[in-house]
Design a protein around this ligand. Structure first.
Ligand code: GSH
Length: 210
């Protein structure tokens, strides 16, 4: 099994953190140099046509290319500890929060970052198709992430973890969102006491260094 990675990128980090929580360490990790746009070269696109990381290639050459799909595969392969819910209700809660964090936090954080940074001029969307940057999305993305941090803070005032009473993939995605938003100088504020408590707890987990 091969895991195509780029150490600094947020999406592969989500999957690495998930694997670390499960103690999965028998996967061959191959770095794809996004700094040199290796992901769009013929060699990597023959492996993963979408030209993004992460990608997992199984021993029978099956491609799984989407960080959450990779997590799902490992959850089924090795159910303990459960990171995607233990029963119908929890699975639905995890899915709900995972979607909300992605759609209301993670994607707007991506809009802010990709539409601002000159390095991504003409490449505002990851992958092989070229899209121009839209400066208005920087402003809108920032406002949306800041609003979502308020929502997350409120949630973490009512719940120890994002989805329910145990650590799940929703916590991983929210943690990576906060670190990623930091690249655009969007920070957890003093008023976010619950979020700060949860963020420090999550950062101190060994998987945060994966
Ligand atoms: N939805 C995909 C997104 C993958 C993605 O956008 N990965 C980024 C790194 S975080 C990438 O490969 N970027 C390549 C590029 O910018 O061309 C997933 O979760 O795996």
């Amino acid at each position: 099994m091969k895991f195509y990675d780029f150490k600094a990128a947020p999406n592969p980090r989500r999957a690495r953190m998930f694997m670390a929580e499960k103690g999965i360490n028998d996967v061959e990790i191959i770095q794809v140099d996004l700094g040199n746009v290796e992901q769009l070269g013929n060699e990597y696109r023959a492996i993963n046509p979408s030209g993004t990381v992460p990608a997992l290639v199984l021993d029978d050459d099956t491609l799984i290319a989407e960080s959450v799909a990779i997590c799902r595969y490992f959850e089924e392969l090795q159910p303990l500890p459960p990171l995607m819910g233990r029963n119908a209700k929890e699975k639905a809660q995890v899915e709900m929060w995972q979607r909300q964090v992605e759609l209301q936090g993670y994607l707007p954080a991506g809009d802010t970052f990709r539409n601002h940074n000159k390095r991504f001029a003409g490449r505002a969307i990851p992958g092989p198709e070229n899209y121009e940057q839209i400066p208005e999305l920087v402003v809108r993305g920032r406002a949306r992430v800041e609003h979502f941090l308020d929502i997350l803070d409120q949630r973490l005032g009512a719940s120890e973890f994002v989805a329910n009473d145990v650590f799940t993939i929703a916590d991983i995605t929210a943690f990576i969102l906060i670190e990623f938003a930091g690249w655009s100088k969007i920070a957890v504020q003093e008023k976010h006491a619950n979020l700060q408590r949860w963020y420090q707890d999550t950062k101190s987990r060994p998987s945060a260094d994966a």
